[in-house]
Each structure stands twice: as C-alpha cells, then as structure tokens.
Design a protein around this ligand. Sequence first.
Ligand code: CA
Length: 640
Amino acid sequence: MGRRWWVILVGICLCTVLGIAEPVAAQTASLETLLDSKFGGGTADTYGADLGVGWSRVGIDFNETNYNDIQIINNRAQDIIKLQQKGIIPYVIIDVSKRSQWLTASQYAQAVANVAESFDMDGNNDASGLIYPVDTYELLNEYYSQGSMNYPGLTQSTFVDMFSQGAQKARAASPECRIAYNPFNESDARALLQQIGTDQIDIVSYHTYSPLDYPQDVAATEYFTNFGSMLTCLGLDNKPVWVTEFDCNKHKGMTFIPPNFQPAGDQEDNARWLVQSAVWGLGSDFFQKIFYTEIVPPSSMGNPLLNWISMLDSSGNKRQNYYAYQKLIDMIDNFSSASALSLGDNIYGYSFTKSDGRVVDVLWSKEGTGSKSNVQISGLGSGQVNVTESVPDSGGNFQTTQKTIDNGVLSFATLSEEPVYVELSADQAQPAQLPGAPTIPANLRVLDSSAAAITIAWDASSSSTGIEEYIIEMKAGSGEFVEMGTTDSAACQFTCSDLSLDTGYTFRVRAKEASGSGVVSDWSQELTVSTPSAQVWTEPFAVVNNVAINKSWKIKFSAPVNEGTVKDNIYVATDKSGTPKMTSIVPLLSPDNACQVEIAYPPGGWSKAMAYYIFIDEQLASTSGKKLSEGIRFEFDTAP
Ligand SMILES: [Ca+2]
C-alpha cells in the first residue's frame, strides 16, 4: 500500500503548478553555483527562490498520441524559463502516461530525443527563450513492474527497452546530458542494468520519507541504509545519489492512508527530522542533493499526508519546516567539503567548509537517546561564535546564542536532539598549527656539587623555531617537583643552592620553543644527586688569637698526603658551618714535604678582627688511600 501514494505524489509534483503569490528574493548566484547547490524542492516555482533552493523538478508526460508533439515541449519550456529566471535549475523527468495503450520503446525514445534536442541550446531545433541548457534528465520515474498503480501493464522488458533507447537518444541529441535513474525496485533495476550497464547511469534518484533514526518502521529500500545496500548489490554505489523526493515524516508510526490519517509527530518534529536527515546524508556523503517533496500543499488532492508534510499549510502560512529548510540552505549550501565530527556515543556531528574557508558545524543528540551533557568540539581557534538552533518557533524565529571558545574547546552543557549550527570563521575552524615541540634536553649531568649547591648541565635542545629558555625543576627526596627557575637558551647549566645536607635532589629540565606558543619539550631524563652527610668536626686545637694578617699556616700530617684530595677537602671559611668557602684560599702540598699542607694568606692578607675556620675534611686521604678518621676544624682570629 505504501507505494500507492507515490504515484499521486508524482502526479502532483509534475503536473500541478500552484500559484500562491509571493514576492521572491532575487537570485544573483552564478550558474556554476546553482549547479553545485545541494538543495531542491518540488513545486519550487513560487517559493524556491525565497527558500534558496538551486533545483526543482519539472515533469513532461508523453503518451502514445502526443509523443512527437513539439508543442508540449515548448509549453514546458515556458515553465523552465520561469524557474531559470528565478535562479533555479530544472531537473527534468521524462515520463509516460497511457490513454488506451502504452507507447512503444521507439516512440518514447523519439519523445526523449525531441526534449533533449529542444533544451540543449546547440542552435539546432532549440526551444526559444531558455536562459541556459537543461542537462539532467530522469527517465521513467518510479517504474515498478509489479505495481498496479505506477505503470499497470507496462512490462519489465518494455520498460528496459524504453529506458535503454531513451538514454541513447538523449545522449545522441545532447552529448553533455546526464541520465538519472530511480531504482525503485531491485528486480526491475537488475533487468535494466543487465541490458545497459551501470555506465549509462549518471545519477541515482532516490525517494524517501523516513526520519533518520527510525529504520524499524520502514520496509524495503525506503530507509537510507537499506537503499545503500541495494545500490552496492546493483553496482551503483559509486554514483551520486540525489534524493529527489524527500521529507521525513511518513513513518515513525504514521498512519498515512485517509481517512485514518494520523501524523507521527507535530510540525516541530517534522522540521527537526528534516534537518537531522539532510545534514546526516549530505555530511556523510550518502547523498549529494535533496529535493524536498512538496513546498506547496496539493490542496486540490485533499490529501492529508501531503498537506501535513508540505512546507506551507493550506492557507499559505509557512510552517516550521519551511523556515528550517531555509535556514539549513543558508547555513550549509554550496559547501566545498564535509566531514564527520567525533563527539561521543549517540552524537551526530558534521562539519561543512564553505568555499571562503568559513565552517558550519552541525551537531545533535541521536533521536530517541535523549540530551547529552558536556559535549565538546575541540581543536578550535579562539573567540566567540554564534550557535543557532535549527528549528524555529512557530513564527519562524531562530534563537542564536553566543559562546566563547575556551582554550580551543567549545563546550555545550546540554546537547538536545534538535541540531544546532555553530558558525566558525576560517581562523577559528583551522587554528594556526602550533610549532612542533623542541627536542628533549639530553645528557643531564652534574657539573659541580657541594653540601650547599649543585650545578647541573645538559646538551642543548633544538626546534624549528628556536629555543626560548629551559625550565628546571627539582625535588628533594620523595617530594614534589618544584620549578627552580629558567635559563635563557644560551645557558645549558643551572645551579641550585641553599640545599640541605644528606639529601637526594632530583632534577629534570625541559625546553620551550621561541615563537611564543608556549610549546615545550617533554621532560629530560631525571638526575638524582645527593649532598654530603652532616659532618662532625672535632676541634683538637685551641683557638689562636690575634694572628697577623699575613700569617700563613702549615698543617702537618703523620703520613704523606694524596695531593689530589687536598683541594676539595681543606678549606677556609669565615663561618663555623664551613660555608661559604673562601675561594681565594688554595691549600697546597708543600713542595718538599709530602706530609705537610700550606695555607697562604689571601691576596691583601686576612681581614682584621675577624674569626676564621680551617676545615680538614675526613675525605682527605694519605698516598696509601687512608682517610682521616674524622673531620677537623680549628679557629683563629686576627688582631684588630
Ligand atoms: Ca538543440
């Protein structure tokens, strides 16, 4: 029963021109832009330009008595010219009807040849007044050999011959033309393709009245994915698919046979399903064009289904799906590329890029799965964007809110089943590529260490943009890393001071690139350095007071001293703790006595009235490797 109405739909679409007067927007788009338009509509004559559709279907019907009548074609040319004047491209369906018998294949082919010759503007037998040639023809809409309504008595083999000869004649008359075929039934399609091959089909025409996410209500090929499977079986899956009859409310439980007509949803549902299905199909490249079936209701038919799905009600008032379609066309038509967004389970998202680089993202929660919280689009630039709902209120008003991209992320606290449009500038959609991270600082090592300070060094990092600085972090023991400071790019070393004794300090370093992006390398390998244990100093000598400022000291040992251990282990400080060391004091092994170390006064002498401490660390060793048993400290002071 589902098929019966399609015949009526076709009859309405092709033969009825309703004229509810309405001023139309001027179309200034180029022919190329119009050809590229993704959107069309049935009965677009009056409202198509206001909606912004680029295409409309035009039907020409022939029978066994008028198949060679040029006047019929010339009359139809007037309707085509009116569409062209409004900037709408005609998609011409060459169909047949029957008086007492079906016309023959050769009669149909003659009719097709006449149409193609009249509309191709090649200077030969052209219809007058066309603004540009017609290049798209669908032959024999919705042929179904088993149907009692579509083409009763027209056999499959006759259909195959009609299509085959018709396509040949069309191409002979107009070599540039494209032939569209509506594979309404798989068996009939297979018979046709066996004879003519898939090369003869340029466009697959497809009719559907199903919302995107209600496959359970839909039989056979009317649901998208089932249709896709059929195209694969037929070898037509690489052809462009134009949905030449499209709306989204026949199913989801709708009872559509009068007088028991019961709509499945309200007009808001109609509009929402329209946007969902259209964005999904165009965004996923499942189909390339959609023609909304009815803009104006076929009131003469009194059909409640057609009245319900049409974009205007029977009083000529625009419904929500009118405004929703208009907004959809405004937002995404003539996109140059589309891609899917990965936003989470049961969330649809598609990104449409316009020729000028602007981008419109469309996203929604899958119908029937409820709203989603905390949905994010990431990888964006910065600034504010407009987020506009896709279904207006009954007065045609769309709510737009502004959102701010935060750190490259646009967040939606709640995403409902109604799609939203996110308008992004080229910069926001494709943020400048961040520079690559610098190489990791390598060969982290100790340059110097003492009880109080550790100096580390590393090999320089590199980056295409240069290095701004190195960042040094240190942790004490098992504590947390703390940033100790930064160095400029030229310095590959850093000193941490004020350290504690007997503590393991762990260091790590990373590099920041120089363009100001903030991009840093990964951390270097960690390096742990331990400070010396706290040392107990014994004081075997009494304090020597009031020494002269040019006093030198000789320290005698009971065994020859390993000269290499002198420099680090004998030192002078002005503080009892031993730090800071006086770097100007360099103890030396006596040249003539290996058991004696000499400490000369510093350049200019010792300071007056000052206490000094001489330290002999227990690490000081004899030439035989024996260390002191304990550290020794002794004190002297200078005269005032
Ligand atoms: Ca011609």
